[in-house]
Design a protein around this ligand. Structure first.
Ligand SMILES: [Zn+2]
Ligand SMILES: [Zn+2]
Length: 269
């Protein structure tokens, strides 16, 4: 699946806020998580001609990571971005190839030729885009900003023998063991829930290297930190980079992260 493409191309009238609204809508309406990476050339000085053209006409894109089906994503985008304001592309190495509404949308929207590369990655241009991520994490409270990569459903405590909801697909199941796999055959996500609210809603610190590389104190899985507070995607542990190196461009999300954890702790009583 190395060449799997799933993206929106945005008309110039679509704002960053509208992309955030799309993330909020997906969070409220769906049970599966989605990550939207909003890519813009606004502050960039692209050297290659194809990218300069995209910047000139203000063509931006949103890369999508999601298990949601194309028509679900398109319907949500119709509502959040406006029906004529985007092209949706999904393509895999096998037979899937969706282009909604169609490739002519590019010319009709931007009034130029030469942007077809945006649909299918004709050029390797990833490095030149500036990007920002929005997380549609079902189960997160409405007060939680979609820029915060903490998935609250990963933190719902459950002891062995108690029902647990899979944080990825929402399937509820019971296991005798602390670590178990989701019973949904399309999902099979395996994890070990925290046993108490106190354990779950606590932020632990970890050492992070100069390159932003660190590992989870709970399950040892390593990851790259792009923000001061991040969540382990394997076990759900919320981790703060203890010795954040300021030469690495890391987003300071500590205030939002700590206030979310406080809110959850209060709810848990
Ligand atoms: Zn699942
Ligand atoms: Zn972990």
């Amino acid at each position: 699946m190395g060449n799997h493409i799933k993206r929106f191309i945005l008309a110039p009238c679509v704002s960053r806020d509208a992309v955030m609204a799309l993330a909020v809508r997906l969070r409220e309406e769906q049970r599966r998580l989605t990550t939207l990476t909003f890519c813009s050339l606004e502050d960039k000085q692209p050297r290659l001609e194809h990218a300069r053209l995209a910047k000139q006409v203000n063509a931006r894109k949103v890369e999508v990571e999601s298990a949601l089906l194309p028509d679900v994503l398109v319907r949500a985008a119709d509502a959040a971005l406006g029906a004529d304001n985007f092209l949706f592309r999904e393509k895999d190495d096998e037979s899937l190839a969706v282009c909604h509404p169609n490739a002519l949308w590019l010319r009709n929207t931007f009034g130029v030729d030469g942007l077809e590369w945006l649909i299918d990655n004709f050029f390797e241009d990833h490095a030149s885009w500036g990007s920002e991520r929005f997380y549609a994490l079902p189960g997160n409270p409405p007060s939680c900003d979609v820029t915060l990569p903490i998935h609250v459903n990963m933190l719902r405590p459950a002891r062995p023998g108690e029902p647990r909801a899979c944080p990825i697909c929402g399937q509820v199941y019971v296991s005798k063991f602390p670590r178990a796999q989701c019973r949904n055959t399309d999902c099979h996500f395996g994890y070990m829930p925290f046993e108490s609210a106190r354990e779950a809603y606590r932020i632990v610190t970890a050492k992070v290297g100069n390159t932003g590389w660190g590992s989870c104190p709970r399950c040892r899985k390593s990851r790259t930190f792009t923000a001061f507070v991040e969540q382990c995607q394997k076990c759900g542990q919320v981790i703060e980079a203890a010795n954040a190196n300021f030469t690495v461009d890391m987003k300071d999300n500590r205030t939002a992260a700590y206030s979310l954890m406080e809110e959850l702790q209060k709810q848990a009583g």
